[in-house]
Design a protein around this ligand. Structure first.
Ligand code: ADP
Length: 200
């Protein structure tokens, strides 16, 4: 799926494919809605500059989206990841994309959910660090998987709220203009619903 085939929120609202949330904490912003997308798709199929993997601290692959990314990228990714010496929770590292259609893979290590207070700063940090890495590496379009919402157990509505608020802060911040598109790539229906209910 190419970037031009991924509708922005503006298009989704215009075509009524998405209804504004009844009570979003965020004010609708036309400029932001032209830079943000939400789709339900297999992230390994997206032709964007960077996809963000929900990795673990070993960076050597695992289940869920991590496994799907490593399978689709091939052994080159595993070999590069082996040289990275892991990654701490709340942080992210960037690699090549090998057989994937994107250009780079950002491996973000989300927290295992241990309650909002402990886990929220770490999940927020994953979104910020991933976008920082994207900017540093000239990636203008970035697709995020729903970090920590699978095996790591982060409740989808809280995780979607964090993802949306961090991306929003980044896009209105000093490096925001360097990112042209952020795609929230949901896979399971619970995440589709969480984003649909939270997006302004
Ligand atoms: P974590 O360990 O961080 O919870 P998981 O891989 O278990 O990571 O889940 C992260 C999210 O990725 C979940 O919402 C899951 O539904 C989603 N996911 C799984 N496979 C894919 C895929 N191929 N494309 C996009 N998202 C996926």
């Amino acid at each position: 799926m190419s970037l031009s085939e991924i509708p922005t929120l503006s298009v989704l609202y215009r075509t009524k494919a998405l209804k504004a949330a009844a009570s979003s904490a965020y004010n609708p912003n036309h400029t932001l809605n032209q830079k943000v997308s939400h789709i339900r798709h297999d992230i390994t199929k997206l032709h964007v500059d960077a996809i963000v993997n929900a990795a673990n601290t070993s960076l050597l692959g695992g289940g869920g989206v991590d496994g799907a990314i490593h399978r689709a990228a091939g052994n080159g990714l595993y070999k590069e990841c082996r040289k990275l010496d892991g990654c701490s929770t709340g942080s992210a590292k960037l690699t090549g994309a090998y057989n994937l259609p994107c250009k780079k893979v950002i491996h973000a290590v989300g927290p295992v959910y241990h309650g909002h207070e402990r886990s929220e700063p770490l999940l927020r940090s994953c979104y910020r660090k991933s976008l920082d890495l994207a900017v540093k590496n000239g990636c203008k379009s970035v697709a995020f998987s729903a970090l920590s919402t699978g095996v790591y157990g982060y409740p989808s509505p809280d995780a979607a709220d964090i993802a949306i608020s961090e991306v929003r802060s980044f896009l209105i911040g000093s490096d925001g203009e360097k990112i042209e598109r952020v795609v929230f790539c949901s896979f399971e229906m619970k995440d589709v619903e969480a984003y649909t209910e939270t997006l302004p």
